[in-house]
Design a protein around this ligand. Sequence first.
Ligand code: MG
Length: 389
Amino acid sequence: MKNIVVLGSTGSIGTSSLEVISKLGKGYKVLGLSTYGKEALILQQLKKFKPKYVSVLPKATHDKIKNKIPAGTKLLSPTLKGLNFLSSLKPADLIINGLVGSVGFEPLISSIKAGKTIALANKEPIVMAGELIMKLAKKYNAKILPVDSEPSAVFQCLDGICPSTYHNTSKLVEKFFLTASGGPFFNYKGNLSKVSPAQALKHPRWKMGPKITIDSSTLMNKGFELIELMHLFSIPMDKIQIVIHPQSVVHGAVEYKDGSILAKMSLPDMKLPIQYAITYPEKCKSPVKKLDLFELGKLEFYRPNLNKFPCLNLALQCAKKGGSYPVVLNASNEVAVQKFLAGEIKFTDISKLIEKVLNKNPYKSARNLNLKKVQEIHNWATKHSREKI
Ligand code: MG
């Protein structure tokens, strides 16, 4: 029996994870769930999956539903402490981390320090502190299995060797291909400064939560994934080629020393990489629609346009500089996306805001960051970004 905790169970990754667990049936048990503010949905999930623990944030939602929690489920304190407890539960065999943004940083560290196997969808902590996280994962013997579809694809092309214990990719592999759909504005000919949040939220291929959908429309998400790949598989940046692939069928590929390229192909559905992380190292039957090569007909690949998508350019620069830069990048992007979604800034202001904050970075020479330093830099960049524009 695999006991599973789903962090962020009412979000896009969380609901898909529960669907996968339901379909897998016997052998998989939900041990804990967590939500941020989705009152009705979490109550439904508690009724269906009967977990032992639940974390409900913020406090207002926690207080509202505390008398409606079914018997047999313990409601944890409405604090980060409660979430950290859930992330490191002793009987948990797998922690699915579907939290959004930097909020997942501490829970991820808690899971790692408890030596857990983590199915990680929450890429921002890796962007913020990838080096430190991988070092801690090694120290505490925690396993990180990627859920993000592109790292999962690369992982599968590397034959599913656990990324947090695998150190020889550079010896075997010549190049890693990181594919991107291009987002809603790949072919857009209009003025990007005029596009609305609703337009940016219309992703052509993937159904995801709002934060990552905006990150996909600016291509910041691809920059984050490049940083994610560098850390998860110990790859130098110059071995990763970002490829725009509008069909979103090739999710990642690996070119070996001999020139052979292995690619992972399927229709774009997050339930596949989620299921692989849950059943790893087994591959099980899945209800996801199969790819029909004849229906697909053709595959296209293009170079990314860094002038049209300056967020990707900024991410590449930060990946190269390392140290505090990815921390500042992530925090200012988080604030910029919130501001864009709230209608406070234009689409094209997202990269401008981030660039301004990066230029003011007072931690330029900081290296080998510890947890406290990462948090300090993150807090500085968040505060500074909120004050800009
Ligand atoms: Mg992805």
